[in-house]
Write a protein that binds this ligand. Sequence first.
Ligand code: CA
Length: 222
Amino acid sequence: MSPRVLIAEDEAAIADSVAYALRGEGFAVDTVQDGESALAAARADGYDVLLLDLMLPGVSGIEVCRRLRTESAIPIVMLTARTAEVDRVVGLDVGADDYVVKPFSMPELISRVRAILRRRELDLAEPTVLRVGALALDPVRHSATVNGEPVRLTPSEFKLLGLLARHPERVFSRRELMQHLWQSSYVGDQRAGDAHIVNLRRKIGRDRLVTVRGFGYKLVAV
Ligand code: CA
């Protein structure tokens, strides 16, 4: 079945060209023009990826992302014209998985969408629950717990934690983590990656995801 993409974008020219490009790559695409419709569609239908404009009429893209993040693990790529917003968008406050800055190229956008779908497939293909100390990670149910208490993670955070949990005590450099996150030797915006790590440490505990000064990070059993 074709991966399903929801585009929430009020500028018709952008929505149409993105939809056209994605359909040409074999995706099933729906578009909505405002925040309320984006929320309703994302909640009602099983989309694989949401491409979400930051500046939407009605409920803003940021607010849509924030709300969806509290209730679903749908991967969200923000479309933004404002680089100044990027930290917030991928940060704990909003929780998008990735973003592209307008004007973006279609090949760039398509490769981001494909990367996110690959990540999700890999997550879903993992059979067993990973345990490191009090931390448990279930790649099938896409859930994480610490001492049995659920921890809500974005797909990107889950992806990073998955790598760390498969190799407890191994120190990963920031670069290795970013390469894993983006599934390529091309490392995307470092700030986006750093924000994911900061959020992850905050969520699972800084004594668990330890900074090894000058080297990187490691997950330890506590
Ligand atoms: Ca807009």
